[in-house]
Design a protein around this ligand. Structure first.
Ligand code: MG
Length: 258
C-alpha cells in the first residue's frame, strides 16, 4: 500500500474512533431553561428535540384512577394543598398548572407529542410508588402505549427502583433500562440485565473504575445531573456515554470545543 493511502486510512480510523467515543446529551426534564418552557412540560420535550440532543428525560407516576401522568415529585400542590399523585384522581391532577401555563400532562399526551420529534429519544423515569401493584400497572400501561405507537426503539427507561428494573425486563426484554440509585456495581447490574449505571456524578467521580468496568461489560454509562462547566469537563474526561444536564447548550458548547 502506498504511504499516502496508509495515512488516509489512519486518518479515517482516528476520525471514526473519535466520533465513536463522543458523548451524548440528555436534557434533564426536557430543555426547560428557556423561554416559554417548564420542567417536564411538552414544550420542554419539543425544545430538547429542536436543539438536537440525544435524549429528553421525563418523570412519570400513576394517578389513583390509573392514568399515567408526568410529574417529578410524589406530590402536587393545588390551591395550597399537597396531594399525593398516586392517591389523587386524574380530574383533580389535571387542574395543576406547570410554570409555563401548560396543564400537568398525561403520558399519552407526552407520547403523542414525542411522535413528532425528529431527533431526540425519550428517557422515561419511573418514579417509586407506595404500592407495588401501582408500579406494575404504570409499567404495563406505559410500555404498551410505547409499543402501540411503534416507538420502542426511541424510548429508554430509568429508575431508582429495583422493582421497575425487573418490570421493564419482564414486559419488554428488548428495552434498555438504566439504574439510578448509585449503589450497585456494573457487575451486579449486568446480572440483572440492566443496560448500565445512570449515576449521580459524585458517585462516578469517586468511582471512575465503574465507567471502565461498565464498558468492559458492554454497558453504557450515564451521569446526572451535571450542570457546572468543571463537572461537565470531568464527566467528559471520564468517558461516560451520556451526560444528563439542565444545561444542554452549555454541554454542547463544551463538547464542541473538545
Ligand atoms: Mg428524573
Amino acid at each position: 500500500m502506498k504511504k499516502g493511502n496508509e495515512l488516509l486510512l489512519l486518518l479515517f480510523f482516528l476520525l471514526f474512533t473519535n466520533s465513536a467515543t463522543s458523548q451524548e446529551i440528555i436534557a434533564h426534564r426536557g430543555f426547560w431553561k428557556t423561554e416559554g418552557s417548564a420542567q417536564n412540560s411538552i414544550t420542554a420535550l419539543m425544545k430538547a428535540d429542536s436543539i438536537g440532543v440525544y435524549g429528553s428525560e421525563v418523570d412519570i407516576l400513576i394517578s389513583a384512577d390509573g392514568v399515567p401522568v408526568v410529574n417529578h415529585d410524589a406530590t402536587v400542590t393545588l390551591d395550597g394543598k399537597q396531594l399525593r399523585v398516586e392517591e389523587t384522581p386524574f380530574n383533580i391532577l389535571r387542574q395543576v398548572k406547570l410554570s409555563n401555563g401548560e396543564p400537568l400532562p398525561t403520558v399519552k399526551e407526552y407520547l403523542d407529542a414525542f411522535e413528532k420529534c425528529k431527533k431526540t429519544k425519550l428517557i422515561i423515569e419511573f418514579k417509586p410508588h407506595e404500592k407495588k401493584e401501582r408500579e406494575v400497572e404504570l409499567a404495563q400501561k406505559v410500555i404498551e402505549m410505547v409499543h402501540a405507537r411503534g416507538l420502542q426503539d426511541k424510548v429508554e427507561y430509568i429508575s431508582f427502583g429495583i422493582h421497575f428494573l425487573h418490570l421493564v425486563r419482564q414486559i419488554d426484554p428488548q428495552a434498555k433500562v438504566y439504574y439510578l440509585n448509585g449503589d450497585m456495581s456494573p457487575g451486579v447490574l449486568s446480572t440483572m440485565g440492566v443496560a448500565g449505571p445512570d449515576y449521580n456524578y459524585n458517585v462516578l467521580f469517586q468511582r471512575p473504575q465503574w465507567v471502565k468496568e461498565s464498558h468492559e461489560l458492554g454497558q453504557k454509562v450515564n451521569v446526572w445531573t451535571v450542570n457546572r462547566s468543571e463537572d461537565i469537563k470531568t464527566a467528559i474526561d471520564l468517558k461516560v456515554d451520556f451526560i444528563t444536564t439542565d444545561e444542554p447548550l452549555l454541554v454542547k458548547e463544551i463538547l464542541q470545543k473538545q
